[in-house]
Design a protein around this ligand. Structure first.
Ligand SMILES: CC(C)(COP(=O)(O)OP(=O)(O)OC[C@H]1O[C@@H](n2cnc3c(N)ncnc32)[C@H](O)[C@@H]1OP(=O)(O)O)[C@@H](O)C(=O)NCCC(=O)NCCS
Length: 198
């Protein structure tokens, strides 16, 4: 029985995925006592030792904080329409959404989001707590550091290294490496400022 931590819009998509996989969902957990139900599932308040959890919160830093607090097994969710190479690795707590493609030799860390229609090509290294937004494309041999958010529709050219804790704006084309902790946007993608993700 799987429980979701975070009763959000993001959780609604994960519920669809788990149902499509035929997995049993026990309900959700949320810190807001006013939220009592989501998509027909009960929402409880406070972790009570639920045995298998996915953290259904889109913010990378919050997902990391909660993962450190919960002593439990973390499940993964992979929609049946996603294509995941048998030669790819997908870490615990990670969600692979509808139509995403993860190619041979790619390594996806823990508690990542590979969002709708995103494409992660051969031998990419995606570290823990990364979010690859809808329809973003990582060409082959790209590396993405822990906690980085790649915006929707972004294309990252092959072999590029993106540091940890970065935000890459939607629709960017990344053709140069991005150091740790930068906001970068645009086609051609430019560093905008140093950030600390909250
Ligand atoms: C890059 C981003 C994080 C910036 O957010 P922000 O710090 O709040 O910045 P603002 O919205 O205040 O915009 C600041 C300026 O940058 C521009 N800008 C914002 N995002 C941009 C983008 N992706 N590409 C190019 N320019 C962008 C704005 O138009 C604005 O320009 P202006 O000052 O000339 O008016 C955000 O716009 C973005 O792209 N987020 C990703 C969204 C996404 O992929 N969501 C998927 C969820 S599943």
């Amino acid at each position: 029985m799987i429980y979701l931590y975070g009763a959000s819009g993001h959780a609604k998509v994960i519920l669809d995925i788990l149902e499509a996989q035929g997995k049993d969902v026990g309900g959700l957990i949320d810190d807001n006592p006013d939220v009592k139900e989501l998509c027909g599932y009960p929402v409880s308040h406070g972790f009570q030792g639920e045995e298998s959890v996915i953290i259904s919160i889109g913010n990378n830093a919050i997902r990391k904080k909660i993962a450190a607090q919960l002593q439990t097994h973390f499940a993964t969710a992979v929609h049946p329409s996603a294509i995941v190479s048998p030669r790819a690795e997908v870490g615990e707590g990670t969600v692979v959404m509808q139509g995403a493609i993860i190619q041979s030799g790619a390594n996806i860390g823990k508690h990542c989001i590979i969002n709708t229609g995103a494409s992660v090509d051969h031998e990419c290294q995606v570290d823990d707590f990364v979010h690859i937004s809808p329809h973003a494309t990582l060409c082959g041999n790209v590396t993405v550091g822990e906690g980085t958010w790649i915006g929707a529709g972004t294309t990252v050219i092959q072999g590029i290294h993106i540091g940890k804790g970065c935000v890459v704006g939607a629709g960017s084309v990344v053709s140069h490496d991005i150091p740790d902790g930068y906001l970068a946007v645009g086609n051609r993608c430019k560093l905008i400022k140093k950030i600390s993700q909250k």
